[in-house]
Write a protein that binds this ligand. Structure first.
Ligand SMILES: Nc1ncnc2c1ncn2[C@@H]1O[C@H](COP(=O)(O)OP(=O)(O)OP(=O)(O)O)[C@@H](O)[C@H]1O
Ligand SMILES: [Mg+2]
Length: 282
C-alpha cells in the first residue's frame, strides 16, 4: 500500500516583513518578520493579549497594517484586499476559521460550509451541496449537515468551522485557537485532522494556539509573541524553543514558568533566534 508523504518545501508562501500593529495609537507589536513555507504547519503562540489574533487578521486583510508588509503567494495583502484586482483569486487560496468559530447561527451546518462556494465559485447548487457534504464527511460531520450550529457540541462546531475553511480547497488555512475549550481527546482528534489534510493535500496551515500538546504534535515551527515585549521573541521548532539557551522567555513559556517569563521580560528582549526547518526539502 502506498503511504502519502508530506510535501514540505523551502519555498515561502507567506512573507511578513517589519510588521507592526496598533489600536488607537497603542502599540501591540512591532517589527515582526517571518516566512511560512509551502506545506508547513506554522504556529503563532504566546501569552494572552500579545496580538496573535491581530496578526492572523492582518494576514487575511481584516486588520489595518500600521507598518510593514505581508505577501501571500505573489500578492501584497494590503493592496489586494484593499480592493485590488486579484482579491477574488486570493480569497480562493485562503481559508479561515476564527477564534469563536464564527458560524452563522441561523444557517445549517451544510449552508455554512456552502457559503464560500456561493461567494467565490459559479458552481451549480447541487454541486455546491455535494462539495460541502464531502468536506463535512472529511471532518466526520456528514450526519449533522442539517443541524444549526447551536445544536452542535463545541468540538463539532470547531470541526464545522474547519470544514468551511477547507471548502474551496485553499492553499493556506488559517486557524485561530482551533482546540480552545475542547477536552484533550477531542482536541487530539482535531490535531489529527489537521495533520491529515497537511499530509494528504499539502495544505499549508497557520495556527494560532497556545496549547502545548497541539504545538508539539503539529508544529514545524512556532513564532512566539510576548505581550510584555511587544514583539516576536523567537521563531523555531517547538523542541528548540523549549530548550533554547538564548531566549529565557521562550523557555519560560514552554515550561509554564510565569515568574521566569516576567524576569525575562524585565531584563529585555534577547535576539530573535531560529534554526532551519526540520525535515525541509527543496
Ligand atoms: N478591536 C480592538 N480594539 C482595541 N484593542 C484591541 C482590539 N482587538 C484587540 N485589542 C487589543 O490588542 C491586544 C492583542 O489582542 P489579540 O486579541 O490580538 O491578542 P491574542 O494574543 O489573540 O489574545 P488571546 O490569547 O487572549 O486570544 C490586546 O491588548 C487587546 O486588548
Ligand atoms: Mg486571540
Amino acid at each position: 500500500m502506498e503511504v502519502a508523504r508530506r510535501v514540505l518545501t523551502t519555498e515561502p508562501i507567506i512573507e511578513v516583513k517589519g510588521l507592526s500593529a496598533e489600536y488607537g495609537g497603542q502599540l501591540i507589536y512591532d517589527d515582526v518578520t517571518f516566512q511560512v513555507k509551502r506545506g508547513e504547519i506554522f504556529f503563532i503562540a504566546g501569552d494572552s493579549g500579545g496580538g496573535k489574533s491581530t496578526l492572523l487578521r492582518q494576514m487575511i486583510g481584516l486588520q489595518p497594517i500600521a507598518r510593514g508588509s505581508i505577501q501571500i503567494c505573489e500578492w501584497d495583502i494590503e493592496r489586494e484586499l484593499g480592493g485590488g484586482a486579484s482579491a477574488p483569486k486570493l480569497y480562493h487560496e485562503i481559508g479561515v476559521a476564527f477564534q469563536g468559530g464564527a458560524l452563522f447561527g441561523s444557517r445549517t451546518i451544510l449552508e455554512n460550509v456552502r457559503l464560500p462556494l456561493e461567494q467565490f465559485t459559479p458552481l451549480p447548487a447541487k454541486l455546491m451541496d455535494f462539495v460541502a457534504l464531502t468536506k463535512l464527511r472529511l471532518v466526520g460531520l456528514e450526519g449533522a449537515a442539517q443541524k444549526l450550529p447551536a445544536e452542535l457540541s463545541g468540538g463539532m462546531q470547531k470541526r464545522a468551522a474547519l470544514a468551511r475553511a477547507l471548502a474551496l480547497d485553499p492553499q493556506i488555512v488559517f486557524l485561530d485557537e482551533p482546540s480552545a475549550g475542547l477536552d484533550p481527546l477531542t482536541s487530539a482528534g482535531l490535531d489529527a485532522l489537521i495533520k491529515e489534510f497537511n499530509r494528504d493535500l499539502g495544505t499549508t496551515f497557520v495556527v494560532v494556539s497556545h496549547e502545548l500538546p497541539s504545538i508539539f504534535a503539529l508544529a514545524d515551527r512556532v513564532a512566539l509573541l510576548a505581550a510584555s515585549m511587544h514583539r516576536v521573541v523567537a521563531i523555531d521548532t517547538p523542541e528548540a524553543l523549549r530548550d533554547n539557551p538564548r531566549s529565557a522567555w521562550a523557555r519560560a513559556f514552554f515550561h509554564r514558568d510565569a515568574t521566569a517569563a516576567q524576569a525575562a521580560a524585565i531584563k529585555g528582549p534577547s535576539p530573535t533566534v531560529g534554526t532551519p526547518m526540520k525535515g525541509a526539502s527543496a
